[in-house]
Design a protein around this ligand. Structure first.
Ligand SMILES: Nc1ncnc2c1ncn2[C@@H]1O[C@H](COP(=O)(O)OP(=O)(O)OP(=O)(O)O)[C@@H](O)[C@H]1O
Ligand SMILES: [Mg+2]
Length: 293
């Protein structure tokens, strides 16, 4: 069990995380928040690459900063910017990383074979990585993080640069890996966590906003999400009164999905909120400048 206890992290005068409390047991945790929310900071704290300004992180009751090497042995980590050697094959690269991690050669060779199969790279095991797609490189990164068969696997934006097909493959791989270990992955893409995360953690204003099952998070917006079909002329008026989530064309009209508090109009249909709705609504201020809405 991994426990984050009242952790704050300052960069100079800037407090990037404030009083974070979290608990992780086996399963997949999705750390979902927009750019700059503090995902990498939290992940680096969990990976002991940086240390809390206040508070502590405990693994089975012991502060991870005092565990040193024995914590690194149970940790697998894929950084947001993952460095690899273009002229290496996956096999060479994994052998190199494994040697650095001090895994004995025989165990290492068996693990590499098994992992390359698991991430479906066994057929290109000896091909140079310079010709690999983004998805293939990410899978090498995941294999590298899995080399020591970690009890805690932490992946910082592992789906960045993957195409839709690779995303699906990646989700399937993760569900497999999350069965008997703690898997924590960060993303700002809702669909990456929607189908696989047992729990979603959302950060806002440097604090934890939600840490819960997706179903429960979505429940909090029950009764305020609607859809209605209107003409283009009516859209501006509607948008003055509600918070628009999405819109799409339908037979020359627009189907608008939105959040409205207060009494609904007869033409509005209440719909079940999904995680995307929550994300767009919760981060409406953060994303305004990005043209997301
Ligand atoms: N080394 C640092 N020194 C100063 N400020 C930093 C440092 N690292 C991060 N920050 C700031 O802390 C905040 C959180 O950054 P962090 O990288 O943790 O966010 P993130 O959620 O991972 O963002 P992204 O989605 O862009 O990767 C940002 O405002 C960032 O500018
Ligand atoms: Mg980051």
């Amino acid at each position: 069990m991994l426990v984050v206890n009242h952790v704050s992290k300052n960069y100079g005068n800037f407090e990037a995380l404030k009083d974070i409390d979290l608990e992780f047991s086996s399963g997949i945790y999705g750390l979902l928040a927009p750019n700059g929310a503090g995902k990498t900071t939290l992940i680096k704290l969990l990976a002991t690459l940086i240390f809390p300004s206040k508070g502590e992180i405990l693994y089975n009751g012991t502060n991870i900063s005092t565990l040193g090497e024995s914590y690194r042995e149970i940790l697998g980590y894929l950084p947001q910017e993952f460095g690899y050697y273009k002229n290496f094959s996956p096999k060479q690269f994994l052998s190199y990383i494994g040697a650095l991690k001090g895994i004995d050669p025989e165990t290492l060779e068996q693990r590499i074979d098994r992992l390359l199969k698991l991430v479906a790279l066994d057929d290109v095991a000896t091909k140079k990585m310079k010709k690999f797609s983004g998805g293939m490189i990410q899978r090498v990164g995941i294999a590298q993080a899995m080399l020591n068969d970690p009890k805690i696997l932490i992946l910082d934006e592992p789906t960045a640069g993957l195409d839709p097909k690779e995303r699906v493959r990646f989700r399937n791989l993760l569900s497999e890996l999350g069965r008997d270990r703690i898997v924590i992955l960060s993303t700002h893409i809702v669909s990456d966590v929607e189908s696989i995360a047992n729990e979603v953690i959302m950060l806002k204003d440097q604090k934890i906003l939600y840490k819960d099952r997706i179903l429960h998070i979505c429940k909090m917006m029950e009764g305020v999400v609607y859809e209605t079909v209107i003409s283009y002329e009516q859209v501006a008026t509607l948008k003055q009164r509600v918070f628009p989530l999405s819109e799409r064309q339908e037979d020359g009209l627009l189907k608008v999905r939105f959040v409205a508090k207060g009494a609904p109009e007869p033409a509005w249909t209440a719909v079940k909120p999904n995680l995307e709705d929550v994300f767009l609504y919760v981060y409406r201020d953060e994303m305004r400048g990005e043209g997301a809405l």
